[in-house]
Design a protein around this ligand. Structure first.
Ligand SMILES: Cc1cc2nc3c(=O)[nH]c(=O)nc-3n(C[C@H](O)[C@H](O)[C@H](O)COP(=O)(O)OP(=O)(O)OC[C@H]3O[C@@H](n4cnc5c(N)ncnc54)[C@H](O)[C@@H]3O)c2cc1C
Length: 385
Protein backbone atom coordinates (compact mmCIF):
# COMPACT_ATOMS: atom_id res chain seq x y z
CA UNK A 1 0.00 0.00 0.00
CA UNK A 2 1.23 3.50 -0.85
CA UNK A 3 0.92 5.82 2.14
CA UNK A 4 2.11 8.93 0.32
CA UNK A 5 -0.50 11.65 -0.25
CA UNK A 6 -1.19 12.60 -3.88
CA UNK A 7 -0.39 16.21 -4.89
CA UNK A 8 -4.16 17.00 -4.78
CA UNK A 9 -4.42 15.55 -1.27
CA UNK A 10 -1.43 17.60 -0.14
CA UNK A 11 -3.01 20.73 -1.60
CA UNK A 12 -6.25 19.90 0.28
CA UNK A 13 -4.31 19.47 3.54
CA UNK A 14 -2.50 22.79 3.01
CA UNK A 15 -5.78 24.58 2.22
CA UNK A 16 -7.48 23.23 5.37
CA UNK A 17 -4.42 24.01 7.49
CA UNK A 18 -4.18 27.59 6.20
CA UNK A 19 -7.90 28.21 6.71
CA UNK A 20 -7.78 26.87 10.28
CA UNK A 21 -4.82 29.07 11.14
CA UNK A 22 -6.83 32.09 10.14
CA UNK A 23 -10.20 30.91 11.47
CA UNK A 24 -8.82 30.04 14.88
CA UNK A 25 -6.43 32.98 15.24
CA UNK A 26 -7.16 34.70 18.53
CA UNK A 27 -9.53 31.87 19.55
CA UNK A 28 -8.69 29.86 22.59
CA UNK A 29 -8.16 26.23 21.62
CA UNK A 30 -11.39 24.37 22.20
CA UNK A 31 -9.81 21.91 24.64
CA UNK A 32 -9.12 24.82 26.97
CA UNK A 33 -12.62 26.13 27.29
CA UNK A 34 -15.45 23.90 28.36
CA UNK A 35 -16.27 23.07 24.75
CA UNK A 36 -19.46 21.24 25.58
CA UNK A 37 -20.76 24.03 27.78
CA UNK A 38 -20.72 26.68 25.11
CA UNK A 39 -23.08 25.38 22.41
CA UNK A 40 -23.36 28.76 20.69
CA UNK A 41 -19.62 28.95 20.17
CA UNK A 42 -19.68 25.42 18.75
CA UNK A 43 -22.56 26.22 16.41
CA UNK A 44 -20.82 29.40 15.26
CA UNK A 45 -17.65 27.50 14.32
CA UNK A 46 -19.56 24.73 12.56
CA UNK A 47 -21.61 27.28 10.62
CA UNK A 48 -18.37 28.81 9.36
CA UNK A 49 -17.40 25.36 8.14
CA UNK A 50 -20.87 24.95 6.61
CA UNK A 51 -20.50 28.22 4.70
CA UNK A 52 -17.48 26.68 2.96
CA UNK A 53 -19.22 23.34 2.39
CA UNK A 54 -16.78 21.85 4.89
CA UNK A 55 -19.04 20.25 7.49
CA UNK A 56 -18.97 16.97 5.57
CA UNK A 57 -16.42 17.31 2.76
CA UNK A 58 -16.38 13.55 2.26
CA UNK A 59 -20.12 13.35 1.49
CA UNK A 60 -21.55 13.32 -2.03
CA UNK A 61 -22.36 16.76 -3.43
CA UNK A 62 -26.10 15.98 -3.64
CA UNK A 63 -26.22 15.84 0.17
CA UNK A 64 -24.17 18.99 0.74
CA UNK A 65 -20.64 17.54 0.75
CA UNK A 66 -17.74 18.23 -1.59
CA UNK A 67 -17.74 14.70 -2.97
CA UNK A 68 -14.24 14.04 -1.61
CA UNK A 69 -13.17 10.54 -0.56
CA UNK A 70 -12.52 9.00 2.87
CA UNK A 71 -8.79 9.77 2.70
CA UNK A 72 -9.53 13.46 2.14
CA UNK A 73 -12.07 13.33 4.98
CA UNK A 74 -9.39 11.81 7.22
CA UNK A 75 -6.90 14.53 6.23
CA UNK A 76 -9.56 17.10 7.12
CA UNK A 77 -10.39 15.49 10.48
CA UNK A 78 -6.70 15.18 11.30
CA UNK A 79 -6.03 18.85 10.61
CA UNK A 80 -9.00 19.92 12.75
CA UNK A 81 -7.87 17.70 15.60
CA UNK A 82 -4.29 18.97 15.32
CA UNK A 83 -5.55 22.57 15.48
CA UNK A 84 -7.73 21.63 18.49
CA UNK A 85 -10.72 23.04 16.64
CA UNK A 86 -14.19 22.65 18.20
CA UNK A 87 -16.19 19.55 17.29
CA UNK A 88 -19.62 20.36 18.69
CA UNK A 89 -21.29 17.16 17.54
CA UNK A 90 -19.93 17.01 14.00
CA UNK A 91 -18.41 13.59 14.55
CA UNK A 92 -21.62 11.59 15.23
CA UNK A 93 -23.62 13.54 12.63
CA UNK A 94 -21.13 13.43 9.78
CA UNK A 95 -19.30 10.28 10.68
CA UNK A 96 -22.10 7.84 11.48
CA UNK A 97 -25.68 9.21 11.56
CA UNK A 98 -25.43 10.70 8.08
CA UNK A 99 -23.73 7.70 6.42
CA UNK A 100 -26.22 5.29 8.05
CA UNK A 101 -29.15 7.38 6.72
CA UNK A 102 -27.40 7.54 3.32
CA UNK A 103 -27.21 3.75 3.24
CA UNK A 104 -30.58 2.76 4.69
CA UNK A 105 -32.88 5.81 4.48
CA UNK A 106 -35.77 6.39 2.10
CA UNK A 107 -35.32 9.13 -0.51
CA UNK A 108 -37.50 11.39 1.62
CA UNK A 109 -35.42 10.73 4.78
CA UNK A 110 -32.22 11.47 2.87
CA UNK A 111 -33.65 14.72 1.45
CA UNK A 112 -34.92 15.82 4.81
CA UNK A 113 -31.96 15.01 7.06
CA UNK A 114 -28.70 15.00 5.11
CA UNK A 115 -28.53 18.55 3.68
CA UNK A 116 -29.66 19.89 7.09
CA UNK A 117 -26.60 18.24 8.67
CA UNK A 118 -24.28 19.60 5.98
CA UNK A 119 -25.69 23.11 6.49
CA UNK A 120 -25.37 22.64 10.28
CA UNK A 121 -29.00 23.43 10.96
CA UNK A 122 -29.44 20.42 13.23
CA UNK A 123 -27.20 18.67 15.75
CA UNK A 124 -27.54 14.90 16.15
CA UNK A 125 -26.70 12.62 19.04
CA UNK A 126 -26.56 8.85 19.49
CA UNK A 127 -29.09 7.02 21.67
CA UNK A 128 -27.74 3.49 21.91
CA UNK A 129 -26.44 2.91 25.48
CA UNK A 130 -28.77 2.38 28.43
CA UNK A 131 -28.05 2.07 32.16
CA UNK A 132 -27.99 -1.74 31.88
CA UNK A 133 -26.85 -2.05 28.26
CA UNK A 134 -23.49 -0.90 26.97
CA UNK A 135 -21.12 -3.56 25.68
CA UNK A 136 -24.05 -5.97 25.44
CA UNK A 137 -26.08 -3.42 23.51
CA UNK A 138 -28.58 -5.92 22.16
CA UNK A 139 -29.95 -6.38 25.70
CA UNK A 140 -31.48 -2.86 25.55
CA UNK A 141 -34.88 -2.34 27.17
CA UNK A 142 -36.26 0.92 25.74
CA UNK A 143 -39.45 -0.04 23.91
CA UNK A 144 -41.32 1.27 20.89
CA UNK A 145 -44.81 -0.19 20.79
CA UNK A 146 -46.94 -0.05 17.65
CA UNK A 147 -49.73 2.53 17.77
CA UNK A 148 -51.63 3.24 14.56
CA UNK A 149 -49.11 3.99 11.79
CA UNK A 150 -46.35 4.81 14.25
CA UNK A 151 -44.96 3.76 17.64
CA UNK A 152 -44.90 4.94 21.26
CA UNK A 153 -41.45 5.17 22.87
CA UNK A 154 -40.73 4.54 26.57
CA UNK A 155 -37.41 4.11 28.35
CA UNK A 156 -34.08 5.85 28.83
CA UNK A 157 -30.73 6.42 27.08
CA UNK A 158 -27.53 7.31 28.92
CA UNK A 159 -24.03 8.71 28.27
CA UNK A 160 -25.47 10.62 25.31
CA UNK A 161 -22.68 12.88 24.07
CA UNK A 162 -23.80 16.36 22.87
CA UNK A 163 -27.24 15.59 24.37
CA UNK A 164 -27.69 18.96 26.03
CA UNK A 165 -27.69 20.85 22.74
CA UNK A 166 -28.72 18.17 20.22
CA UNK A 167 -31.88 18.58 18.12
CA UNK A 168 -32.28 15.00 16.87
CA UNK A 169 -31.28 11.54 18.06
CA UNK A 170 -30.80 8.27 16.21
CA UNK A 171 -31.74 5.51 18.59
CA UNK A 172 -32.42 1.83 19.04
CA UNK A 173 -35.60 0.52 20.67
CA UNK A 174 -37.11 -2.91 21.18
CA UNK A 175 -40.09 -3.43 18.89
CA UNK A 176 -40.56 -7.18 19.34
CA UNK A 177 -39.98 -8.32 22.93
CA UNK A 178 -40.79 -11.93 21.98
CA UNK A 179 -38.03 -12.24 19.34
CA UNK A 180 -34.39 -13.28 20.01
CA UNK A 181 -32.66 -10.17 21.36
CA UNK A 182 -30.86 -9.09 18.15
CA UNK A 183 -33.97 -9.57 16.02
CA UNK A 184 -36.53 -7.48 17.90
CA UNK A 185 -34.77 -4.10 17.68
CA UNK A 186 -35.61 -1.17 15.35
CA UNK A 187 -33.67 1.95 14.43
CA UNK A 188 -35.48 5.29 14.78
CA UNK A 189 -34.81 8.97 14.11
CA UNK A 190 -36.28 11.13 16.88
CA UNK A 191 -36.96 14.86 16.99
CA UNK A 192 -35.86 15.71 20.54
CA UNK A 193 -38.47 18.49 20.82
CA UNK A 194 -41.20 15.82 20.81
CA UNK A 195 -43.49 15.89 23.89
CA UNK A 196 -42.41 13.35 26.53
CA UNK A 197 -38.63 13.75 26.01
CA UNK A 198 -36.60 15.01 28.98
CA UNK A 199 -32.86 15.31 29.63
CA UNK A 200 -30.54 15.33 32.65
CA UNK A 201 -26.91 16.46 32.10
CA UNK A 202 -24.12 14.36 33.67
CA UNK A 203 -20.69 15.73 34.58
CA UNK A 204 -17.58 13.88 33.45
CA UNK A 205 -14.56 13.40 35.74
CA UNK A 206 -13.11 16.72 34.59
CA UNK A 207 -16.30 18.37 35.92
CA UNK A 208 -17.57 19.14 32.43
CA UNK A 209 -20.92 18.54 30.78
CA UNK A 210 -19.80 15.94 28.27
CA UNK A 211 -22.93 13.84 28.13
CA UNK A 212 -26.26 13.13 29.82
CA UNK A 213 -29.30 10.93 30.18
CA UNK A 214 -32.54 11.09 28.18
CA UNK A 215 -35.92 9.87 29.42
CA UNK A 216 -38.83 9.01 27.12
CA UNK A 217 -42.36 8.93 28.43
CA UNK A 218 -44.99 7.97 25.84
CA UNK A 219 -43.15 9.76 23.05
CA UNK A 220 -44.97 9.44 19.71
CA UNK A 221 -42.76 8.21 16.86
CA UNK A 222 -44.35 8.98 13.48
CA UNK A 223 -44.18 6.41 10.63
CA UNK A 224 -41.29 8.20 8.87
CA UNK A 225 -39.12 7.96 12.00
CA UNK A 226 -38.29 4.31 11.27
CA UNK A 227 -34.96 3.83 9.47
CA UNK A 228 -34.80 0.63 7.44
CA UNK A 229 -37.13 -2.23 8.27
CA UNK A 230 -38.91 -2.85 11.55
CA UNK A 231 -37.03 -5.35 13.76
CA UNK A 232 -33.93 -5.17 11.52
CA UNK A 233 -32.39 -2.24 13.44
CA UNK A 234 -29.54 -4.30 14.86
CA UNK A 235 -28.03 -4.78 11.41
CA UNK A 236 -28.12 -1.03 10.77
CA UNK A 237 -26.64 -0.40 14.21
CA UNK A 238 -23.63 -2.62 13.50
CA UNK A 239 -22.89 -0.46 10.43
CA UNK A 240 -23.17 2.68 12.58
CA UNK A 241 -20.81 1.14 15.15
CA UNK A 242 -18.26 0.09 12.52
CA UNK A 243 -18.35 3.65 11.19
CA UNK A 244 -18.06 5.02 14.73
CA UNK A 245 -14.91 3.06 15.48
CA UNK A 246 -13.50 4.22 12.16
CA UNK A 247 -14.37 7.86 12.63
CA UNK A 248 -13.36 8.16 16.24
CA UNK A 249 -9.79 7.63 15.33
CA UNK A 250 -7.41 10.07 13.77
CA UNK A 251 -3.97 10.75 15.14
CA UNK A 252 -4.21 14.57 14.83
CA UNK A 253 -4.50 15.34 18.53
CA UNK A 254 -1.78 12.79 19.40
CA UNK A 255 0.57 14.43 16.89
CA UNK A 256 -0.20 17.85 18.32
CA UNK A 257 0.46 16.66 21.88
CA UNK A 258 3.80 15.07 20.91
CA UNK A 259 4.83 18.24 19.03
CA UNK A 260 3.94 20.36 22.08
CA UNK A 261 5.96 18.11 24.39
CA UNK A 262 8.95 18.14 22.02
CA UNK A 263 8.81 21.97 21.89
CA UNK A 264 8.65 22.06 25.69
CA UNK A 265 11.73 19.82 26.01
CA UNK A 266 13.65 21.95 23.51
CA UNK A 267 13.07 24.92 25.82
CA UNK A 268 13.71 23.09 29.13
CA UNK A 269 17.12 21.34 29.19
CA UNK A 270 16.63 19.76 32.64
CA UNK A 271 13.42 18.02 31.62
CA UNK A 272 14.95 17.16 28.24
CA UNK A 273 17.58 14.86 29.66
CA UNK A 274 15.01 12.88 31.62
CA UNK A 275 12.24 12.66 29.04
CA UNK A 276 13.58 12.90 25.48
CA UNK A 277 13.52 9.16 24.90
CA UNK A 278 9.95 8.94 26.15
CA UNK A 279 8.82 11.62 23.70
CA UNK A 280 10.75 9.92 20.90
CA UNK A 281 8.93 6.65 21.67
CA UNK A 282 5.55 8.41 21.69
CA UNK A 283 6.36 10.03 18.35
CA UNK A 284 6.97 6.57 16.86
CA UNK A 285 3.72 5.25 18.32
CA UNK A 286 1.87 8.25 16.91
CA UNK A 287 3.19 7.42 13.44
CA UNK A 288 1.97 3.84 13.93
CA UNK A 289 -1.50 5.16 14.82
CA UNK A 290 -1.46 7.46 11.82
CA UNK A 291 -0.54 4.59 9.53
CA UNK A 292 -3.37 2.48 10.96
CA UNK A 293 -5.80 5.36 10.34
CA UNK A 294 -4.74 5.68 6.70
CA UNK A 295 -5.10 1.92 6.26
CA UNK A 296 -8.72 2.19 7.45
CA UNK A 297 -9.41 5.22 5.21
CA UNK A 298 -7.83 3.36 2.29
CA UNK A 299 -10.22 0.44 2.85
CA UNK A 300 -13.21 2.80 2.95
CA UNK A 301 -11.99 4.39 -0.29
CA UNK A 302 -12.08 0.93 -1.88
CA UNK A 303 -15.68 0.43 -0.69
CA UNK A 304 -14.82 -1.96 2.16
CA UNK A 305 -16.35 -1.32 5.62
CA UNK A 306 -13.40 -1.88 7.97
CA UNK A 307 -14.00 -4.16 10.91
CA UNK A 308 -11.16 -5.51 13.03
CA UNK A 309 -8.89 -2.96 11.33
CA UNK A 310 -11.03 -0.16 12.80
CA UNK A 311 -10.93 -1.90 16.19
CA UNK A 312 -7.12 -2.11 16.08
CA UNK A 313 -6.92 1.60 15.30
CA UNK A 314 -9.44 2.58 17.97
CA UNK A 315 -7.76 0.39 20.60
CA UNK A 316 -4.22 1.53 19.83
CA UNK A 317 -4.97 5.22 19.50
CA UNK A 318 -7.24 5.56 22.54
CA UNK A 319 -4.64 3.85 24.75
CA UNK A 320 -1.87 5.94 23.14
CA UNK A 321 -3.79 9.14 23.96
CA UNK A 322 -3.81 8.04 27.61
CA UNK A 323 -0.07 7.25 27.55
CA UNK A 324 0.71 10.65 26.02
CA UNK A 325 -1.43 12.49 28.60
CA UNK A 326 0.20 10.60 31.50
CA UNK A 327 3.71 11.18 30.10
CA UNK A 328 2.94 14.89 29.65
CA UNK A 329 1.80 15.28 33.26
CA UNK A 330 4.95 13.48 34.51
CA UNK A 331 7.22 15.54 32.30
CA UNK A 332 5.80 18.88 33.41
CA UNK A 333 6.53 18.20 37.08
CA UNK A 334 4.27 18.96 40.06
CA UNK A 335 2.60 21.92 38.31
CA UNK A 336 1.78 19.60 35.42
CA UNK A 337 -1.28 18.52 37.37
CA UNK A 338 -2.82 22.00 37.26
CA UNK A 339 -5.90 22.35 35.08
CA UNK A 340 -6.38 25.08 32.44
CA UNK A 341 -8.16 27.44 34.83
CA UNK A 342 -4.91 27.85 36.84
CA UNK A 343 -2.60 30.63 35.58
CA UNK A 344 0.41 28.57 36.76
CA UNK A 345 -0.47 25.51 34.68
CA UNK A 346 2.40 24.68 32.27
CA UNK A 347 1.38 24.32 28.62
CA UNK A 348 -1.93 25.87 29.73
CA UNK A 349 -3.01 22.72 31.57
CA UNK A 350 -3.75 20.79 28.39
CA UNK A 351 -2.03 17.63 29.62
CA UNK A 352 -3.61 17.67 33.08
CA UNK A 353 -7.00 18.05 31.41
CA UNK A 354 -6.21 15.29 28.92
CA UNK A 355 -5.19 12.96 31.74
CA UNK A 356 -8.80 13.24 32.96
CA UNK A 357 -10.67 13.35 29.67
CA UNK A 358 -8.76 10.58 27.88
CA UNK A 359 -9.84 8.06 30.52
CA UNK A 360 -13.17 7.89 28.69
CA UNK A 361 -11.50 7.26 25.33
CA UNK A 362 -11.08 3.55 26.07
CA UNK A 363 -14.78 3.26 27.06
CA UNK A 364 -16.68 5.44 24.55
CA UNK A 365 -17.40 3.79 21.21
CA UNK A 366 -16.80 0.31 22.69
CA UNK A 367 -14.32 -0.53 25.45
CA UNK A 368 -10.78 -1.78 24.88
CA UNK A 369 -11.83 -5.28 25.99
CA UNK A 370 -14.54 -5.33 23.32
CA UNK A 371 -12.07 -4.13 20.65
CA UNK A 372 -9.65 -6.89 21.70
CA UNK A 373 -12.47 -9.43 21.43
CA UNK A 374 -13.24 -8.24 17.90
CA UNK A 375 -9.58 -8.42 16.87
CA UNK A 376 -9.23 -11.90 18.42
CA UNK A 377 -12.40 -13.33 16.89
CA UNK A 378 -12.73 -11.59 13.53
CA UNK A 379 -9.11 -10.67 12.94
CA UNK A 380 -7.25 -13.70 14.26
CA UNK A 381 -10.00 -16.30 13.89
CA UNK A 382 -9.79 -17.32 17.55
CA UNK A 383 -12.86 -19.03 19.03
CA UNK A 384 -15.13 -17.08 21.43
CA UNK A 385 -14.69 -17.52 25.16
C1 LIG B 1 -17.31 9.81 27.10
C2 LIG B 1 -18.35 8.82 26.70
C3 LIG B 1 -19.24 9.18 25.70
C4 LIG B 1 -20.24 8.28 25.31
N1 LIG B 1 -21.14 8.68 24.37
C5 LIG B 1 -22.16 7.86 24.04
C6 LIG B 1 -23.17 8.29 23.12
O1 LIG B 1 -23.12 9.41 22.60
N2 LIG B 1 -24.19 7.46 22.85
C7 LIG B 1 -24.27 6.20 23.39
O2 LIG B 1 -25.20 5.47 23.04
N3 LIG B 1 -23.33 5.76 24.27
C8 LIG B 1 -22.29 6.56 24.61
N4 LIG B 1 -21.34 6.14 25.52
C9 LIG B 1 -21.51 4.85 26.17
C10 LIG B 1 -20.48 3.80 25.73
O3 LIG B 1 -20.78 3.32 24.45
C11 LIG B 1 -20.52 2.67 26.78
O4 LIG B 1 -20.07 3.24 28.01
C12 LIG B 1 -19.64 1.52 26.42
O5 LIG B 1 -20.16 0.82 25.32
C13 LIG B 1 -19.47 0.52 27.60
O6 LIG B 1 -20.70 0.17 28.12
P1 LIG B 1 -20.98 0.27 29.70
O7 LIG B 1 -20.56 1.62 30.16
O8 LIG B 1 -22.39 -0.14 29.92
O9 LIG B 1 -19.99 -0.78 30.36
P2 LIG B 1 -20.22 -2.36 30.46
O10 LIG B 1 -20.63 -2.89 29.16
O11 LIG B 1 -21.07 -2.64 31.63
O12 LIG B 1 -18.75 -2.86 30.75
C14 LIG B 1 -18.14 -2.84 32.07
C15 LIG B 1 -16.77 -3.50 31.95
O13 LIG B 1 -16.93 -4.87 31.56
C16 LIG B 1 -16.15 -5.14 30.39
N5 LIG B 1 -16.84 -6.10 29.53
C17 LIG B 1 -18.14 -6.05 29.17
N6 LIG B 1 -18.43 -7.08 28.32
C18 LIG B 1 -17.27 -7.74 28.12
C19 LIG B 1 -16.89 -8.88 27.33
N7 LIG B 1 -17.79 -9.52 26.56
N8 LIG B 1 -15.61 -9.29 27.35
C20 LIG B 1 -14.67 -8.64 28.12
N9 LIG B 1 -14.97 -7.56 28.91
C21 LIG B 1 -16.24 -7.12 28.88
C22 LIG B 1 -16.01 -3.79 29.71
O14 LIG B 1 -14.87 -3.77 28.85
C23 LIG B 1 -15.88 -2.85 30.89
O15 LIG B 1 -14.55 -2.83 31.36
C24 LIG B 1 -20.33 7.01 25.92
C25 LIG B 1 -19.42 6.65 26.93
C26 LIG B 1 -18.45 7.55 27.31
C27 LIG B 1 -17.48 7.14 28.39
Amino acid sequence: MNFRLTPEQQRWRDEVRAWLQEALAGEEESVLYAEEEDPERLRAFNRRLAAKGWVAPGWPKEYGGLGLGPVEQLIFNEELAYARAPDGGRTPAVGYAGPTIMRFGTDEQKRRHLPAIARWEVVWCQGFSEPESGSDLASLRTTAVRSGDGWVLNGTKIWTSHGHYADWMYLLARTDPGAPKHRGISYFLLDLRSPGVSFRPLLNMAGRKGFGQFFFENVVLPPDSLLGEENRGWYLATTTLDLERTNIANAGSARRAVDDLAAYLRAHPAARAAHRLTVAGLAVETEVARTLSYRVAGMLARGIVPNQEASALKLFLSELDQRIAAAGVRMLGPFGQLLPDSPRAPLRGVFALASLTTVARTIAGGTSEIQRNIIAIRGLGLPRG
